[in-house]
Design a protein around this ligand. Sequence first.
Ligand code: ADP
Length: 260
Amino acid sequence: RGVAGGSGGGGALLPGVKNILLVGAGKGGVGKSTVAVNLAVSLAQHGAKVGLLDADFYGPSVPLMTGLADKRPVSPNGKTLDPLIAHGIKVMSIGFLVEADQALIWRGPMLHGALMQLVRDVNWGDLDYLILDLPPGTGDVALTLSQSVRAAGAVLVTTPQDVALADVVRAKQMFDKVHIPVLGIVENMSQFICPHCSKATHIFNHGGGRKAAEMFGIPFLGEIPLDLKVRESGDLGVPVVAGAKDSLEAKAFQEIARNV
Ligand code: ADP
Protein backbone atom coordinates (compact mmCIF):
# COMPACT_ATOMS: atom_id res chain seq x y z
CA ARG A 1 0.00 0.00 0.00
CA GLY A 2 1.29 3.37 -1.02
CA VAL A 3 0.58 5.19 2.21
CA ALA A 4 1.37 2.46 4.75
CA GLY A 5 4.10 3.69 7.00
CA GLY A 6 3.95 7.04 5.26
CA SER A 7 4.46 10.33 6.97
CA GLY A 8 0.89 11.56 6.63
CA GLY A 9 0.03 10.33 10.12
CA GLY A 10 -2.03 11.88 12.84
CA GLY A 11 0.96 14.02 13.81
CA ALA A 12 0.59 16.10 16.94
CA LEU A 13 -3.17 15.74 16.74
CA LEU A 14 -3.24 11.94 16.98
CA PRO A 15 0.20 10.57 17.74
CA GLY A 16 -1.03 6.95 17.83
CA VAL A 17 -2.45 7.08 14.32
CA LYS A 18 -0.10 6.16 11.48
CA ASN A 19 -2.23 7.19 8.52
CA ILE A 20 -5.33 9.31 8.20
CA LEU A 21 -7.15 8.50 4.98
CA LEU A 22 -10.02 10.62 3.67
CA VAL A 23 -12.86 9.24 1.61
CA GLY A 24 -14.52 12.02 -0.34
CA ALA A 25 -16.96 12.56 -3.18
CA GLY A 26 -18.03 15.53 -5.23
CA LYS A 27 -21.66 14.97 -4.29
CA GLY A 28 -23.90 12.82 -2.12
CA GLY A 29 -25.34 9.44 -2.96
CA VAL A 30 -22.46 8.04 -5.01
CA GLY A 31 -21.55 5.43 -2.41
CA LYS A 32 -18.84 7.24 -0.48
CA SER A 33 -19.89 5.78 2.89
CA THR A 34 -20.27 2.32 1.39
CA VAL A 35 -16.70 2.54 0.12
CA ALA A 36 -15.41 3.96 3.42
CA VAL A 37 -16.99 1.15 5.47
CA ASN A 38 -15.92 -1.69 3.17
CA LEU A 39 -12.42 -0.26 2.79
CA ALA A 40 -12.07 0.00 6.57
CA VAL A 41 -13.27 -3.56 7.17
CA SER A 42 -11.09 -4.94 4.33
CA LEU A 43 -7.97 -3.32 5.80
CA ALA A 44 -8.83 -4.76 9.22
CA GLN A 45 -9.31 -8.22 7.69
CA HIS A 46 -5.73 -7.96 6.49
CA GLY A 47 -4.49 -7.38 10.01
CA ALA A 48 -4.40 -3.58 10.17
CA LYS A 49 -5.74 -1.66 13.17
CA VAL A 50 -8.45 0.53 11.72
CA GLY A 51 -10.74 3.30 12.93
CA LEU A 52 -13.60 4.79 10.93
CA LEU A 53 -14.91 8.26 11.64
CA ASP A 54 -18.14 9.22 9.97
CA ALA A 55 -17.97 12.98 9.53
CA ASP A 56 -20.85 13.13 7.03
CA PHE A 57 -23.32 15.27 8.96
CA TYR A 58 -25.61 15.53 5.92
CA GLY A 59 -26.52 11.89 6.32
CA PRO A 60 -24.40 9.91 8.73
CA SER A 61 -24.95 6.39 7.45
CA VAL A 62 -22.03 4.58 9.08
CA PRO A 63 -24.02 3.63 12.24
CA LEU A 64 -26.60 1.85 10.06
CA MET A 65 -24.00 0.31 7.76
CA THR A 66 -21.98 -1.13 10.65
CA GLY A 67 -24.99 -2.39 12.64
CA LEU A 68 -24.53 0.20 15.38
CA ALA A 69 -27.60 2.36 14.73
CA ASP A 70 -29.11 1.85 18.18
CA LYS A 71 -25.83 1.98 20.11
CA ARG A 72 -24.25 5.04 21.72
CA PRO A 73 -20.59 5.53 22.67
CA VAL A 74 -19.77 5.96 26.35
CA SER A 75 -17.28 8.20 28.06
CA PRO A 76 -15.00 6.46 30.54
CA ASN A 77 -14.00 9.73 32.24
CA GLY A 78 -16.55 12.39 31.32
CA LYS A 79 -14.12 13.91 28.80
CA THR A 80 -13.25 11.50 26.05
CA LEU A 81 -15.36 8.92 24.23
CA ASP A 82 -14.63 5.29 23.55
CA PRO A 83 -15.32 4.36 19.94
CA LEU A 84 -17.71 1.49 19.31
CA ILE A 85 -16.42 -1.72 17.75
CA ALA A 86 -17.97 -3.54 14.81
CA HIS A 87 -16.57 -6.01 12.26
CA GLY A 88 -13.08 -5.56 13.69
CA ILE A 89 -12.94 -1.77 13.37
CA LYS A 90 -13.37 1.13 15.80
CA VAL A 91 -16.30 3.31 14.80
CA MET A 92 -17.37 6.83 15.68
CA SER A 93 -20.05 8.89 13.95
CA ILE A 94 -21.48 12.34 14.25
CA GLY A 95 -24.76 10.46 13.99
CA PHE A 96 -24.22 8.95 17.47
CA LEU A 97 -24.08 12.38 19.01
CA VAL A 98 -26.69 14.54 17.32
CA GLU A 99 -30.03 14.15 15.62
CA ALA A 100 -29.60 14.21 11.86
CA ASP A 101 -31.55 17.44 11.39
CA GLN A 102 -29.74 19.18 14.25
CA ALA A 103 -26.30 19.16 12.62
CA LEU A 104 -27.76 20.57 9.42
CA ILE A 105 -28.72 23.89 11.01
CA TRP A 106 -25.28 24.41 12.55
CA ARG A 107 -23.00 26.92 10.94
CA GLY A 108 -19.63 25.94 9.51
CA PRO A 109 -17.43 26.76 12.52
CA MET A 110 -19.70 24.89 14.91
CA LEU A 111 -19.73 21.84 12.71
CA HIS A 112 -16.00 22.00 12.28
CA GLY A 113 -15.62 22.18 16.07
CA ALA A 114 -17.86 19.15 16.58
CA LEU A 115 -16.01 17.13 13.95
CA MET A 116 -12.61 18.05 15.36
CA GLN A 117 -13.80 16.83 18.75
CA LEU A 118 -14.59 13.50 17.14
CA VAL A 119 -11.05 13.34 15.83
CA ARG A 120 -9.35 14.51 19.02
CA ASP A 121 -11.54 13.52 21.94
CA VAL A 122 -12.14 9.91 20.95
CA ASN A 123 -9.94 7.20 22.42
CA TRP A 124 -8.72 5.88 19.10
CA GLY A 125 -5.60 4.29 20.60
CA ASP A 126 -2.97 2.99 18.20
CA LEU A 127 -4.22 2.74 14.65
CA ASP A 128 -2.62 1.92 11.33
CA TYR A 129 -5.45 3.75 9.56
CA LEU A 130 -8.06 6.23 10.61
CA ILE A 131 -10.52 6.53 7.75
CA LEU A 132 -12.62 9.66 7.57
CA ASP A 133 -15.91 9.56 5.71
CA LEU A 134 -16.09 13.22 4.70
CA PRO A 135 -19.25 15.23 4.03
CA PRO A 136 -19.91 15.26 0.27
CA GLY A 137 -19.05 18.22 -1.90
CA THR A 138 -16.43 20.84 -1.72
CA GLY A 139 -17.86 23.12 0.94
CA ASP A 140 -16.03 24.88 3.72
CA VAL A 141 -16.53 22.17 6.31
CA ALA A 142 -14.97 19.46 4.15
CA LEU A 143 -12.16 21.80 3.22
CA THR A 144 -11.24 22.93 6.73
CA LEU A 145 -11.59 19.44 8.13
CA SER A 146 -9.28 18.04 5.45
CA GLN A 147 -6.81 20.79 6.18
CA SER A 148 -6.85 20.32 9.97
CA VAL A 149 -6.31 16.58 10.14
CA ARG A 150 -3.21 16.50 7.94
CA ALA A 151 -4.29 13.42 6.09
CA ALA A 152 -1.94 11.10 4.21
CA GLY A 153 -4.28 11.19 1.26
CA ALA A 154 -7.79 11.01 -0.08
CA VAL A 155 -9.74 8.44 -2.02
CA LEU A 156 -12.34 9.94 -4.34
CA VAL A 157 -15.53 8.06 -5.10
CA THR A 158 -17.61 8.71 -8.18
CA THR A 159 -20.25 7.12 -10.35
CA PRO A 160 -19.45 6.86 -14.05
CA GLN A 161 -21.68 9.63 -15.42
CA ASP A 162 -20.45 13.00 -16.52
CA VAL A 163 -22.36 14.99 -13.90
CA ALA A 164 -20.75 13.05 -11.12
CA LEU A 165 -17.42 13.48 -12.85
CA ALA A 166 -17.70 17.26 -13.04
CA ASP A 167 -18.20 17.12 -9.29
CA VAL A 168 -15.11 14.96 -8.97
CA VAL A 169 -13.03 17.55 -10.79
CA ARG A 170 -14.13 20.12 -8.21
CA ALA A 171 -13.39 17.73 -5.36
CA LYS A 172 -9.92 17.04 -6.77
CA GLN A 173 -9.31 20.80 -6.96
CA MET A 174 -10.38 21.11 -3.33
CA PHE A 175 -7.82 18.55 -2.19
CA ASP A 176 -5.16 20.19 -4.35
CA LYS A 177 -5.93 23.49 -2.68
CA VAL A 178 -5.26 22.03 0.78
CA HIS A 179 -2.23 20.03 -0.49
CA ILE A 180 -3.68 16.60 0.24
CA PRO A 181 -2.69 14.02 -2.37
CA VAL A 182 -5.58 12.23 -4.03
CA LEU A 183 -4.48 8.59 -3.87
CA GLY A 184 -6.87 7.53 -6.56
CA ILE A 185 -10.40 7.21 -7.85
CA VAL A 186 -13.01 4.53 -7.22
CA GLU A 187 -15.82 4.11 -9.71
CA ASN A 188 -18.94 2.91 -7.91
CA MET A 189 -22.12 1.55 -9.50
CA SER A 190 -20.08 0.98 -12.62
CA GLN A 191 -22.19 -1.84 -14.03
CA PHE A 192 -25.15 -3.99 -13.17
CA ILE A 193 -24.77 -7.72 -13.62
CA CYS A 194 -28.13 -9.41 -14.10
CA PRO A 195 -28.54 -12.06 -11.39
CA HIS A 196 -30.58 -14.16 -13.85
CA CYS A 197 -28.57 -14.08 -17.05
CA SER A 198 -25.24 -12.55 -15.87
CA LYS A 199 -25.43 -9.93 -18.61
CA ALA A 200 -23.64 -6.68 -17.67
CA THR A 201 -25.59 -3.44 -18.15
CA HIS A 202 -23.94 -0.06 -17.74
CA ILE A 203 -26.83 1.72 -16.09
CA PHE A 204 -24.82 4.81 -15.21
CA ASN A 205 -22.42 4.46 -18.13
CA HIS A 206 -18.95 3.01 -17.61
CA GLY A 207 -15.31 3.97 -17.55
CA GLY A 208 -15.67 7.58 -16.40
CA GLY A 209 -13.75 6.97 -13.19
CA ARG A 210 -10.80 5.56 -15.08
CA LYS A 211 -10.94 8.45 -17.54
CA ALA A 212 -10.89 10.97 -14.69
CA ALA A 213 -7.96 9.18 -13.05
CA GLU A 214 -6.04 9.31 -16.33
CA MET A 215 -6.87 12.98 -16.76
CA PHE A 216 -5.52 13.78 -13.28
CA GLY A 217 -2.57 11.42 -13.68
CA ILE A 218 -3.50 9.48 -10.53
CA PRO A 219 -4.21 5.77 -9.96
CA PHE A 220 -7.56 4.21 -10.76
CA LEU A 221 -8.23 2.11 -7.67
CA GLY A 222 -11.02 -0.06 -9.03
CA GLU A 223 -14.70 -0.33 -9.77
CA ILE A 224 -17.64 -1.63 -7.75
CA PRO A 225 -20.67 -3.07 -9.53
CA LEU A 226 -24.19 -1.87 -8.76
CA ASP A 227 -25.55 -4.81 -6.85
CA LEU A 228 -28.47 -5.55 -4.57
CA LYS A 229 -26.16 -7.27 -2.05
CA VAL A 230 -24.19 -4.07 -1.54
CA ARG A 231 -27.31 -2.07 -0.70
CA GLU A 232 -28.90 -4.82 1.39
CA SER A 233 -25.78 -5.51 3.39
CA GLY A 234 -25.40 -1.78 4.02
CA ASP A 235 -28.95 -1.62 5.38
CA LEU A 236 -28.41 -4.78 7.45
CA GLY A 237 -25.29 -3.44 9.09
CA VAL A 238 -23.03 -6.20 7.78
CA PRO A 239 -20.73 -4.77 5.09
CA VAL A 240 -20.47 -6.98 2.03
CA VAL A 241 -16.76 -7.67 2.67
CA ALA A 242 -17.77 -9.17 6.02
CA GLY A 243 -21.07 -10.84 5.12
CA ALA A 244 -20.39 -12.08 1.59
CA LYS A 245 -16.60 -12.35 1.56
CA ASP A 246 -16.37 -14.39 -1.63
CA SER A 247 -18.77 -12.34 -3.73
CA LEU A 248 -17.62 -10.40 -6.76
CA GLU A 249 -18.49 -7.17 -4.93
CA ALA A 250 -16.45 -8.06 -1.82
CA LYS A 251 -13.50 -8.90 -4.08
CA ALA A 252 -13.85 -5.52 -5.78
CA PHE A 253 -13.64 -3.74 -2.40
CA GLN A 254 -10.70 -5.92 -1.34
CA GLU A 255 -8.87 -4.97 -4.51
CA ILE A 256 -9.39 -1.29 -3.75
CA ALA A 257 -8.02 -1.82 -0.23
CA ARG A 258 -4.93 -3.44 -1.77
CA ASN A 259 -4.50 -0.56 -4.20
CA VAL A 260 -4.80 2.26 -1.68
P1 ADP B 1 -22.89 8.49 -0.04
O1 ADP B 1 -22.06 8.22 1.18
O2 ADP B 1 -22.06 8.86 -1.23
O3 ADP B 1 -24.02 9.43 0.18
P2 ADP B 1 -23.88 5.80 0.38
O4 ADP B 1 -22.67 4.98 0.55
O5 ADP B 1 -24.65 6.19 1.60
O6 ADP B 1 -23.56 7.10 -0.49
O7 ADP B 1 -24.82 5.03 -0.66
C1 ADP B 1 -26.12 5.50 -0.99
C2 ADP B 1 -27.05 4.31 -1.15
O8 ADP B 1 -26.64 3.55 -2.28
C3 ADP B 1 -27.02 3.35 0.02
O9 ADP B 1 -28.30 2.84 0.23
C4 ADP B 1 -26.07 2.24 -0.42
O10 ADP B 1 -26.37 1.00 0.18
C5 ADP B 1 -26.35 2.21 -1.91
N1 ADP B 1 -25.19 1.77 -2.67
C6 ADP B 1 -23.94 2.31 -2.66
N2 ADP B 1 -23.12 1.65 -3.51
C7 ADP B 1 -23.86 0.65 -4.07
C8 ADP B 1 -23.60 -0.40 -5.02
N3 ADP B 1 -22.40 -0.54 -5.57
N4 ADP B 1 -24.63 -1.23 -5.33
C9 ADP B 1 -25.85 -1.08 -4.77
N5 ADP B 1 -26.18 -0.13 -3.89
C10 ADP B 1 -25.19 0.74 -3.54
